[in-house]
Each structure stands twice: as C-alpha cells, then as structure tokens.
Design a protein around this ligand. Sequence first.
Ligand SMILES: Cc1cc2nc3c(=O)[nH]c(=O)nc-3n(C[C@H](O)[C@H](O)[C@H](O)COP(=O)(O)O)c2cc1C
Length: 270
Amino acid sequence: MNLDDLDKIKKVLGKDEEYVASKVLHDLMHYSPNLVYHFYSLIPAKYSWPMEKTRWGLPKLIKKMEGKKIKLPPPKESLLKMSVADALKLRRSIRRFKNQPINVEQLSTLLYYSVGIKGSSWGIPLRMFPSAGALQPIETYVQVNNVTDLARGIYHYEPDEHILVLLKAGDYSREMYLYTLQQEHVRDAPVNIILTIMLNRTQSKYGYRAYRYALLDTGHVGENIYLVSTAMGLGTCAVGAYYDKDIDKLIGVDGIKEFSMIIYPVGVPK
Ligand SMILES: Cc1cc2nc3c(=O)[nH]c(=O)nc-3n(C[C@H](O)[C@H](O)[C@H](O)COP(=O)(O)O)c2cc1C
C-alpha cells in the first residue's frame, strides 16, 4: 500500500461499491491508521450514509442534565482587558498556576465568551464559535477545584440558561492528575474545562465527513478559550494527552454517543 493507491478511493467512491472502499481503508489502516480518519472524511456526505441516521428534523443542539442548577452571574465584558491583536501575541500555553482561586464572575465570563450563546438565527442558537452546519456538536464540562463561592465538583455548562449543573460534588483533582498522565497543571488549575463531542448532531447532515468537522469546531472553541483566558489575565494549556475512558467515565459520558476531546486547565499564571 502506498499513497498512490489512495486514488483507488476516489474511483471507488464514484461507484456504489462500499465493500471495495472498506478494503482500501483496511489496507490504509496498516499504512497509517491516522489517515483513515482523513480518508473517511473525503467520502461525500450522502455516500452510503445510512438513511436512518440522516436528519429529518434538526437534532437537539443543547444537552440538558439533571442536577442542582447554579445560576452564573452575568458575563462581564470589562474583564477582557486587551485587543484581539494583543491577546494573540501574548497567548502561550500556561502550565504553572498560582495557588489562587478564580472567582465565579471570571468563570462565567470565560464560559460565555468561549462557548456561550449570543443570539439566534431562524430559531438556531448562535454561538461564540463557528460550527459546520450550525450543528454545534460540542458540550462543555467544568471540573472545579478552586473557584470562590462555587463548591468543588464536576459541572455541565448549559449555555441556553447560562447555568452550571452540578453532576458530582467533591475533589477530583487527583483523578484528573492521574488520568492526564500526571500533568501537574491539570491538578493545580482552579478549573479544568473539558470539551466533548456529540457526533450525531454533525453526522445527521454530513455523514462520514462529520468527524472532520467536529474536530475543527472543537479547535475553534479551543482558541476562544485560549484568547479569552489571555485577555482576562488568566492562562490555559490545551491538554490532549489523557486516558479517554477514564475522563469520559468521570464526567459521565459513554465514549460513543458522546466522547471527550480535549481539556483546558485554566488559572492565574505564576
Ligand atoms: C491538540 C493539542 C494538544 C495538546 N496537548 C498538550 C498536553 O497534553 N500537555 C501539554 O502540556 N501541552 C499540550 N498542548 C500544548 C502544546 O504543547 C503547545 O500549544 C505548543 O507547545 C506551542 O506552545 P504555545 O501554545 O505556548 O504557543 C497541546 C496543544 C494542542 C493544540
């Protein structure tokens, strides 16, 4: 198998011969497992995508969870203290945090300007990040270690009401540290923001291309978190190295319909 053989995929996809496509992708798996994601995403949206998974109506775009609701204070724009140009220039991955809490107003502002809802268009929420087909596959969880006036625990952020829903109370900093291959910045951060993907939202329109779009959506959110944190005088660092199953279990998602994708510890830079 070499890269020239990949031309076969294009020919195969011209016909309706899924079994040949599977064979090519199987060979590709031995050549470079990573490329399988990419080549699946080249399959046009409608090709062989099971009709029952295609959307008849708009999928539900906001997950609602059971638990104690905590109303966040209104986001405060004045906490963002610099231009986009300055935030871009200053942004770094911050891995050392002061042993200092952030406050709930800062958390509210960070969540709102990173993943919040800023309006609606044709009844569809408009988010702070662009999203393929406006299908918004991303959900946001917050593991709280040290936020003034907010109990430690794991929360789900619900952008339609701008609330946190408490899923599990308690100190999960040790679990977070162990599950992220002992990254100290995760253990020491006042909060860790965990992004998940509910792929069915994007799949309902884009079929095989959905994984590609969902990752791109996640990246856009990630940059929001970086820039908003920087503008607020806070710091963050994308953390992709972790044991997925453990983090998924900790936040209570099944790893199939919904799976974690990346973690952002946020705190006051040292
Ligand atoms: C998808 C992704 C995953 C990352 N995973 C980790 C990680 O697990 N641990 C870590 O310390 N940094 C991680 N980083 C941060 C990078 O190491 C960092 O962005 C890079 O070194 C460039 O530095 P800068 O962000 O300060 O410009 C990750 C970055 C990205 C975009």
